[in-house]
Design a binder for this molecule. Structure first.
Ligand SMILES: [Zn+2]
Ligand SMILES: [Zn+2]
Length: 349
């Protein structure tokens, strides 16, 4: 009797938890639809005003880019597979390593001071151990060579089956802008939810923990991840936009290059003037259970940035327009005034 009552109570609590997670899922879905919907609305409004000026600029340079593309097309004797591979793999990868190569020298030497003075987590060890950096470099190279390359071959097959990714004519400026915005929104949604999934204890322990070895990340750590995470959280959210939209290779190349530079900046650990603020994702590496997204829109909707918004880091989360480091203009509270933190690091971290 007791057994049956306990089994019925456990089944009702199971039903309750299924219902809760299903409500949570629909709630998340409604919120995601709201973000995409309002994003598209904004884009239409945006297109009608600002892009008119940009189109005038494009009108002048558009012919130039079209001429370059036609020349490249002729040089490669219309070998679209080679063009696709160069544009979507080699070009973005080159940007990634040029940018991160420079940052790694700064990280491993602690010089020059005009960069290191912008360090976000100033209490962390600097310079970073060379061996630790090389371990990250090797992992990133493996991910790029053994996962990104085959996935891009597959992407080329899918994209050329449904369209012409290397068409002789380049897309218009408006269209490129619209596609970049849609790709950005899709990445935000897919990255946010896959990232949150990787923070469930089982997935965290077996997959995502590797990426979080770096509580004070450096640029190259952006692709330092378990193979499953590299495919599901780094590659797929960025790939889905160009595949769904049937983007031109030139747009895809631009999008991948931008996405790689943005993720490198958000991991680099320095809040440099005139570059997007890396405070949001740096805080995620520091505290683990805050700030899961890229743009932060879904974190605001789900309240996963509530603690972040009460911190000095949030006050510094802005485009730096002067040469004074934000750690100087918005200093931390003196140690004795810091009360107990409202968050604690989960045991399995
Ligand atoms: Zn994480
Ligand atoms: Zn990260």
């Amino acid at each position: 009797m007791r057994a049956s009552s306990s089994s019925s109570s456990s089944s009702s609590s199971w039903m309750q938890s299924v219902q809760d997670s299903s409500n949570g899922f629909w709630d998340s879905l409604k919120k995601a639809a709201f973000v995409i919907g309002s994003g598209l609305f904004f884009l239409v409004a945006f297109r009608n005003s600002v892009t008119w000026h940009l189109q005038r600029f494009w009108g002048a340079s558009g012919d130039f880019w079209q001429a370059q593309w036609t020349r490249l097309y002729t040089v490669f004797n219309r070998n679209e597979a080679s063009l696709f591979f160069i544009g979507t793999m080699l070009v973005p990868t080159l940007f990634f390593w040029m940018f991160n190569g420079f940052l790694m020298i700064v990280d491993m030497t602690g010089k020059p001071a005009f960069i290191t003075r912008y360090k976000i987590q100033q209490d962390k060890k600097s310079p970073v151990e060379v061996e630790r950096v090389w371990r990250a470099v090797k992992k990133v190279l493996c991910n790029q060579l053994f996962l990104s390359v085959p996935l891009l071959v597959l992407t080329y097959t899918v994209m050329s089956w449904r369209g012409e990714p290397c068409a002789p004519e380049l897309p218009t400026f408006h269209w490129v802008l619209l596609e970049l915005a849609v790709c950005g929104l899709l990445e935000e949604v897919l990255f946010y939810y896959s990232h949150r999934l990787f923070h469930y204890p089982f997935f965290y322990k077996n997959i995502h923990k590797l990426h979080h070895e770096w509580t004070a990340p450096i640029g190259v750590v952006s692709l330092y991840a378990h193979p499953v995470e590299h495919v599901l959280s780094n590659m797929l959210p960025a790939l889905i936009g160009p595949v769904l939209l049937g983007s031109h290779m030139a747009t895809t190349s631009l999008w991948f290059s931008m996405a790689l530079i943005v993720t490198s900046i958000s991991h680099c650990g320095y809040h440099l003037p005139l570059l997007p603020s890396p405070e949001f994702h740096d805080f995620h590496h520091l505290k683990f259970n805050q700030c899961y997204g890229v743009l932060g829109v879904l974190d605001r909707l789900h309240g996963t940035d509530d603690k972040f918004r009460k911190t000095k880091e949030y006050e510094r989360h802005t485009l730096l327009l002067s040469l004074t480091p934000l750690t100087k203009s918005i200093p931390d509270m003196p140690k004795k005034q810091v009360t107990s933190q409202p968050w604690t690091r989960p045991k399995n971290k």
